[in-house]
Design a protein around this ligand. Structure first.
Ligand SMILES: *Cc1c(COP(=O)(O)O)cnc(C)c1O
Length: 233
């Protein structure tokens, strides 16, 4: 395995977040860095914890649960991957936020499990903001209607929107998508739907998080920029 300098990677990411906040007149406290630790070993996460990072993102149910079991209760886990309905029951109590709800059926499955366990589950609605065939997510056109349908589930709390922007060489190409997601968030927020908050905007990854911060991201999901390249997705 390559030697990865997590400390200097984190310093770099932090600096870039601060600069992006400065450029856009935002407060650093309004942006939360999620360290995306998928495929990375416990030792690397432990090191990252030592540098003060306590919010982690994983995209596989079993991997998240195993890591959480080993690392204890002081961390905040975000589920950022595609979630199968039959696996909802295994993570519902272990995550603070599920980023990837894009159908009424998945929402219903989460609501049912949340009810059984007597918890409220925080979710984001994943939007396929660039209309890519390869991506999950509701279309921007259907997002508001989906929010309305999901808002009636009383063991769910809709916190906002999430997108995975296209993979691009120049992050400026994704600015338009981040602007569009923020505008969609504001549109939905202005409808004042019961049980819907619309304050969380999860967008921006290693290649484009600075642009995302400039356009209003409140959660950024950075993997490679902290832990180095992955061997597989
Ligand atoms: C893997 C992943 C990330 C992190 O990607 P990097 O480019 O390594 O920062 C962010 N969001 C989601 C949904 C992911 O699956």
């Amino acid at each position: 395995m390559d030697i990865v300098d997590i400390k200097s990677n984190l310093q770099e990411v932090e600096l870039r977040i601060c600069d992006a906040c400065l450029r856009s007149g935002r407060n650093r406290e309004d942006v939360t860095l999620i360290a995306v630790s998928k495929t990375k070993p416990i030792e690397m996460i432990k090191e990252c914890i030592n540098y003060g990072i306590n919010v982690y993102g994983e995209n596989k149910v079993q991997e998240l649960n195993e890591k959480q079991a080993q690392l204890g209760n002081n961390l905040h886990w975000n589920f950022i991957g595609h979630l199968q309905r039959n696996k909802v029951k295994y993570i519902i109590e272990n995550v603070e936020l599920i980023h990837s709800v894009d159908s009424i059926k998945l929402a219903e499955a989460i609501n049912n499990e949340a009810q059984k366990k007597n918890v409220i589950c925080n979710i984001l609605i994943e939007v396929n903001i660039a209309g890519e065939d390869t991506k999950y997510g509701v279309t921007p056109e259907n997002a508001c209607e989906l929010v309305r349908q999901i808002a009636v589930f009383d063991h769910l709390k809709i916190k906002g929107l999430m997108c995975i922007a296209p993979y691009v060489d120049n992050p400026e190409k994704n600015r338009v998508y981040f602007v569009n997601l923020r505008e969609l968030l504001v549109d939905i927020k202005n409808k004042n739907i019961d049980n819907v908050d619309m304050d969380v905007l999860s967008m921006g990854m290693t290649g484009d998080y600075e642009v995302a911060v400039e356009e209003g991201a409140t959660l950024i999901r950075v993997g490679t920029g902290i832990f180095g390249a992955r061997n597989y997705l």
